[in-house]
Ligand binder design. Structure first.
Ligand code: NAP
Length: 292
């Protein structure tokens, strides 16, 4: 069994990105610039956005955090999005979700210029993904594709079972794994809470991707020997032995499943760290697409 070490892989990619930025600087070319819009003071969102901005700075990108009051109106936020769309200094930007209830997330997502949509949530980018055309892939699925590549895992002709069908992880991952590409060319089964015979399906799977947010859901009796497992789940589970009083747990019962798996991501340290570097890779790409 081999651990798919997202922490180490993301470090390597950060180093590569830092070198690419340094090279650009030496040639007098523009430095990639990511802006992150945060509305309100939700603790989780503050942490995520803070980590994204910090990671950008560490590798030499420019990054700007735009922190807005949760009393901002939808019109005002749309105006901010429009301003960023037209700001030549900004290569890509994200609007951290969820937004306060009085703001329509769909409207905001649609207002972002697809060429600057480094989260890959705009329908144009989702359409490009389906058609296998260039565009921005959502960060978490893109991070998993990168892990398949870096560990040279064969995906062609494999049966891939995806558990969870969210718009940001499960659904795009099912499309990507079925595309005529590498990684891809798998036979994909997309499952969700209404799936009746989940264990029957997972027992046939060569690759399992879990994105449901249910700690230790996938157990050893549900998988066959040699399976490749990617665990997206992140759930806080009470743990009095930890200073914080909790630990981060994935959807996979790691100890038991690891004994049967050929490759497996740990939680934390697997898919999570790859998500942020994907965003940075998208930002570099945005700058190249916008030819700056
Ligand atoms: P989500 O919006 O929370 O939706 C959960 C999905 O799981 C739904 O499609 C749901 O089915 C399905 N589901 C729930 N119970 C199930 C069951 N018993 N059997 C099969 N399917 C079941 O999904 P998400 O936003 O992708 O988040 C999933 C997890 O990934 C969360 O723990 C989240 O924190 C984590 N996450 C991690 C990263 C990262 O960077 N590592 C990024 C994003 C999310 P229905 O559609 O039928 O309701």
């Amino acid at each position: 069994m081999q651990i798919l070490d997202g922490k180490e892989t993301s470090k390597t990619i950060r180093q590569e990105l830092a070198e690419a930025v340094q090279e650009r600087k030496e040639k007098g070319q523009k430095t990639p610039h990511l802006a992150a819009v945060l509305v309100g003071n939700d603790g989780g969102s503050l942490t995520y956005v803070g980590a994204k901005v910090k990671a950008c700075k560490e590798i030499g990108f420019e990054s700007t955090l735009i922190h807005l009051e949760d009393t901002i109106t939808e019109e005002e936020l749309l105006a901010k999005v429009n301003e960023l769309n037209n700001d030549k200094e900004i290569d890509g930007f994200i609007v951290q979700l969820p937004l306060p209830k009085h703001i329509d997330e769909k409207k905001i997502t649609l207002a972002i210029d697809p060429k600057k949509d480094v989260d890959g949530f705009h329908p144009t980018n989702l359409g490009n993904m389906v058609l296998n055309l260039p565009g921005f892939l959502p960060a978490t699925p893109a991070g998993m594709l990168e892990l398949f590549k870096r560990y040279e895992i064969e995906t062609s002709g494999k049966h891939c079972v995806v558990i969870g069908r969210s718009h940001i992880v499960g659904s795009p991952m099912s499309i990507l794994m079925g595309r005529s590409a590498y990684p891809g060319n798998s036979t994909v089964t997309l499952t969700h809470s209404r799936t009746k015979n989940l264990k029957e399906l997972t027992l046939q799977a060569d690759i399992i991707i879990t994105a449901i947010g249910k700690p230790n859901f996938l157990t050893a009796d549900m998988v066959k020997n040699g399976v490749v497992v990617m665990d997206v789940g992140i759930t806080r589970v009470e743990d009095t032995t930890k200073k914080k009083g909790y630990k981060i747990t994935g959807d996979v019962d790691f100890e038991s499943v690891a004994e049967k798996a050929s490759f497996i991501t740990p939680v934390p340290g697997g898919v999570g760290p790859m998500t942020i570097v994907s965003l940075m890779m998208n930002t570099l790409k945005a700058m190249e697409i916008n030819q700056r």
